[in-house]
Design a protein around this ligand. Structure first.
Ligand code: JFZ
Length: 432
């Protein structure tokens, strides 16, 4: 194959990016699945390395790995019910065990354990529920004999890079259209040149012309991947988050529960991502047998119900680049001329105000029901009236108010702060 230079390659990617990324930019919310041999030990997906478990001893886990029928379908169904639009599965994590019928890696789930192609079941389940399909693919490998040597032995490196290319070629050839290739941890080589990423990614894209690739093979490719924190990037980005702040792989459900996210916390994370124009990829670490850990089910189902009623505030929202605001109890999102106030805590008072919009909205409604909310506007102060004592959102207690403005709203936080009125230039608002 003829390869093009990095600048040429990046120019081509930029030219096709809007087309390739459209579905993903609209998707907002996805499910990450970390599942592998490590799930059996319940001490995280790094257990082999962290605990210095010798390869041969660790590999015994392949014999005891057993997966209940229909496990990937359970994951996909929950993702769908949670309002997620895509999934990313660890087809092969750092442990090096492939969850598919690989011809280049005999250490796989068809030769051992369940004797099934889990990747195929996952792909079928995603298609059944209309979810985008993502393959996580580790670069680092703790099983392959050449993986570590590749750092200093050119022949080992050549063999190992061929291995990496062959694995990904299988994944992107045998399962129909795949939407995301999610690389991880380019070690022991430290540069994209060391990994041959420019050439490999060009080749892999010929197999899947619409695919999007993350930034973990040493090249920026299509999107950034802040991990366990939500920091906005200038490029497209997706924050990946564990469900408990501890581990991606399964840990004891009973005990994990106390560390796990509530629906309200998930909605908070989603809001932050949306505000910064990014996606949220929220992780679930299935139990050793592939079934869902209990602590994720209820929160995700609640988020799903909430999302159904408040979809517009999430899926149509855009990156917030103009000042908008609410009050101390709300989060906001923005779509065209509409501002959405996600009210985190319900005060129970008949009135709730927002200060700083320079013109009044045309209309305010409760998003979930479309019910009109009476309001008054005076002195750049918007007061919603006749609000119920009981929180109007029965799912998670986060009702959303939709403020429809005639044009793009203009907003100055604290624009009527008395000191500003007394001599400061009010048009500059407050510098807070
Ligand atoms: C990686 C994996 O090691 C982890 O197991 C999980 O799959 C996660 C999604 O991705 O975690 C990382 C990646 C990068 C760093 C740390 C953890 N890093 O750069 O420090």
């Amino acid at each position: 194959m003829e390869y093009i230079s990095r600048p040429e390659y990046e120019k081509q990617l930029a030219a096709t990016r809007d087309r390739r990324m459209k579905w993903w930019r609209d998707a907002r919310f996805g499910m990450f699945i970390h599942f592998g041999l490590y799930s059996q030990l319940g001490r995280g997906e790094w257990v082999q390395l962290e605990e210095n478990i010798p390869v041969d001893e660790y590999a015994q886990l392949a014999n005891t790995f057993s997966v209940i029928d229909g496990a990937p379908r359970e994951w996909a169904k929950l993702a769908k019910d949670a309002g997620m639009k895509y999934m990313v599965l660890t087809t092969r994590h750092h442990e090096g065990f492939s969850l598919w019928d690989s011809k280049v890696n005999e250490y796989n789930s068809v030769n051992y354990g369940p004797h099934r192609d889990i990747v195929r079941e996952f792909v079928d389940a995603c298609r059944e529920f209309g979810l985008g399909i993502g393959f996580y693919s580790s670069l680092m490998d703790w099983h392959h004999p050449d993986a570590y040597k590749a750092a200093y032995d050119p022949e080992a490196r050549e063999r190992f890079l061929k291995y990496i290319q062959d694995l990904n070629t299988e994944l992107l050839t045998n399962y129909g259209k795949i939407d995301i290739l999610w690389y991880d941890i380019p070690k022991p080589m430290e540069t994209f040149e060391g990994w041959g990423s420019l050439q490999r990614n060009q080749f892999l894209r010929t197999l899947q012309p619409d695919i999007i690739i993350n930034n973990r093979s040493g090249l920026p490719e299509d999107f950034g991947t802040p991990e366990e924190h939500i920091n906005f990037c200038d490029t497209d980005w997706e924050a990946c988050m564990t469900f408990n702040g501890i581990s991606w792989g399964y840990i004891n459900s009973e005990q994990a529960k106390a560390y796990s996210y509530s629906p309200q916390k998930i909605i908070t994370m989603l809001n932050t991502c949306i505000e910064g124009g990014g996606n949220l990829l929220l992780n679930v670490g299935p139990k050793p047998d592939g079934s869902l850990p209990e602590e994720v089910r209820e929160p995700l189902l609640k988020v799903g119900k909430w999302l159904k009623e408040n979809a517009e505030a999430v899926y149509t929202a855009e990156k917030i680049e103009i000042p908008i605001g609410g009050n101390g109890t709300t989060y906001e999102s923005l779509s065209g001329n509409n501002v959405y106030l996600w009210t985190r805590v319900w005060s129970g008072h008949p009135e709730m105000g927002v200060g700083g919009y320079l013109k009044p909205p045309k209309r305010i409604t409760l998003l979930s029901t479309g019910e009109e909310i009476k309001f008054e506007y005076k002195g750049q102060r918007l007061i919603m009236k006749d609000l119920p004592k009981e929180c109007p959102d029965k799912n998670v207690g986060v009702p959303v108010f939709k403020l429809e403005f005639e044009e793009r709203p203009e907003y100055l936080r604290g624009s009527y702060y008395p000191q500003i009125a007394n001599g400061f230039d009010r048009s500059k608002g407050m510098k807070i």
